[in-house]
Design a protein around this ligand. Structure first.
Ligand code: PMP
Length: 352
């Protein structure tokens, strides 16, 4: 007989991240990580960190990092919230800002963590289908809702919408909080951080994991009105005051202060992406016009699942989602030119 206490255990289907293989010599293009190291200034900040300080709790407000982000985006410190990666920031935002009897709404094809958080926090949700070209239409989000969350650019489709899209979205959603998840915006998308000054109910989230090569450090942030940020702070301080550790505060700040390095690595990734897009198209693949550090790819006459499995045997890891509408697509993160050459060579081998 089953023990009664097992009935009290939480039964939840978690989010599954891209495989983190321990194998050596793999080409890892499955988690949208940055192929370049973080800025040398970040490396110096970590090397020079005074480890004796680790006996103390970090600044709960992570002020040096908040100040750097506030200056960078031309907002006040009171408009910035920090978390342990943007997953943490968004999870806190779900708990803090989505407390309505109406469902939270997001696209059907999007970041698959959103439904998981809804389930974890008992939030009702509803999805609106992206169109046949995977575009999101603001007018679909007119119905009364308990909050909106949309990644822009979207994942895994890689498509970005212009700032007017967010303006239109805000015009239909004056009675709920709208979150725009800008995890990939630095690779050619249009940020709407500036619009947080115009709309008190708009929250924009960002991350140091992709464009700043700091996925291993776990730094995420949000920019929004003082009202929204103060509620996020209250929820965060109700379960963990110290989400940003002392080393991350210094490393994150150093990253923001090295804009030249940041821009040069983003540009390199954009250029590699454009080249790989063209080469894959020349091989007969359909590649969506990406504004991210990954491409979303299909070929109607072959199985993308088989290609994904084949590439794995060649130590090239990409991402496959067994989901309706996109079961014959793969998502390929943009690596260095050398890594992408290996990918292209192995894809050619697969086609033969
Ligand atoms: N939003 C989107 C759309 C993402 O793809 C990711 C990365 N998995 C995140 C947020 C979270 O990234 P992180 O927690 O590393 O900041």
């Amino acid at each position: 007989m089953e023990n009664l206490w097992t009935k009290n255990l939480r039964d939840i289907e978690p989010y599954v991240p891209g495989e983190q293989s321990k194998e050596e010599d793999i080409v890892k293009l499955n988690a949208n990580e940055n192929p370049y190291p973080p800025s040398p200034k970040v490396v110096n900040a970590i090397k020079n960190f005074d480890c004796s300080l680790l006996r103390l709790y970090p600044d709960a407000n992570a002020l040096p990092l908040k100040e750097a982000i506030a200056d960078y985006y031309n907002v006040s410190v009171s408009n910035v919230f920090l978390g342990n990666g943007s997953d943490d920031v968004i999870a806190i935002a779900f708990q803090a800002l989505f407390n309505s009897s109406y469902p939270v709404v997001f696209p059907d094809l999007t970041y698959s963590f959103y439904p998981v958080w809804c389930s974890l926090f008992n939030i009702d949700y509803k999805t609106y289908a992206v169109d046949a070209d995977f575009r999101i239409h603001a007018e679909d989000y007119k119905e009364r809702n308990g909050g909106v969350i949309i990644p822009n650019p979207n994942a895994p489709t890689s498509l970005g919408e212009p700032r007017e899209f967010v303006e239109e979205l805000m015009s239909y959603n004056q009675d709920s909080v709208v979150i725009i998840d800008e995890a990939y915006v630095d690779f050619g998308g249009e940020s709407c951080i500036e619009l947080t000054k115009k709309y008190e109910n708009l929250l924009v989230t960002g991350t140091f994991s992709k464009s700043r090569s700091l996925a291993g450090m776990r730094i995420g942030f949000a920019v929004g009105s003082e009202k929204l940020i103060s509620v996020l702070e209250a929820v965060k301080n109700s379960y963990n005051s110290y989400t940003i550790d002392a080393v991350s505060i210094e490393a994150g700040r150093a990253s923001i202060l090295d804009d030249k390095y940041f821009r040069s690595t983003c540009n390199k990734i954009i250029q590699t992406r454009q080249r790989v897009t063209q080469e894959m198209r020349a091989m007969g693949f359909t590649v969506l016009d990406s504004q991210t550090n990954f491409i979303f790819v299909t070929k109607s006459d072959i199985s993308m699942y088989e290609m994904f499995e084949y590439l794995k045997t060649k130590k090239v890891f990409i991402r496959y989602f067994s989901l309706p509408r996109i079961h014959n697509y793969v998502r390929i993160s943009i690596g260095t030119d050398e890594e992408m050459d290996i990918l292209l060579k192995e894809v050619k081998g697969f086609l033969k």
